[in-house]
Write a protein that binds this ligand. Sequence first.
Ligand code: NAP
Length: 272
Amino acid sequence: MPDPDPRAAPRVSPHVLILGGTTEATALTVAVANRFASGLKVTYSLAGRATPRRPPPARLRIGGFGGVEGLGAFLTAEAVTAVVDATHPFAARISRHARLACAASSVPLLTLARPAWTRQPGDRWLEADDLAAAAAALPGLARRVFLTLGTADLAPFAALSGIGFTLRMIAPPAAAPFPGCTVIAGRGPFGAAEETALFRAQGFDALVTKASGGAATAGKLVAARTLGLPVVMVRRPPPEPGARVESVAAALEWLDHRLLPPDNPPQDPLPP
Ligand code: NAP
């Protein structure tokens, strides 16, 4: 079914809900504020696991909606006219909820997802379908492993013995997340030279990462390539069907088309 066209409906002040938690979501919120100024209401939504470094130029709401029904109720109560799902490519549940709630409420939905990383000459990637498969690939492959994962992802690795793990967190906890795992502090972006120096200093012999994509954390892939180390790459979950773009500029264009009447172009040109 084609997206409903909000321009055909009686004029209400457009309201865009941006599902966030990524650098792309923040960048889109800033770009939307510059593009549409006060002509558009924008709500930026976070799950609440981390607080944004800078408050986005939008109304900020924090916490789950309460499943598909809760999100649908929010769309109706707040008269949301379009949703951009700019959550992380591994945040599969909220993306599914967004698709179902938007379909039920006839609200157009766009997914903004950064491109995945692509394999370069010299890369030694072993792709795994999920975290359990990634952990299963490690025995016999490596003894000092850099885990660039979230704390919610660690259970399959905690079950392995004979392998030392290092996890990097913005704020390391007082206690290690599991025996055999040490935590170092760090906040991205991480450059290739910095990552290569870290790999050497720590003696890593393998890297485990999700196929998140993005330039801010690609330095570790360069480090592994430079040092000839294997990378266990957890594949992305299957994407939800529907409209999808990979850049903030393309998401803005989609919003232009959905929200601006043809006789009322934006006042200011897009910044370069
Ligand atoms: P998830 O498994 O897809 O979602 C779990 C639940 O968290 C959802 O059902 C929803 O609760 C709530 N939720 C998630 N994103 C939300 C948002 N933007 N606004 C309001 N509620 C949200 O998500 P996740 O993997 O736990 O990720 C949580 C957040 O961290 C997301 O915003 C994501 O962009 C960000 N993040 C995730 C990763 C990752 O590797 N998964 C990495 C970096 C950043 P209700 O069902 O109650 O609505």
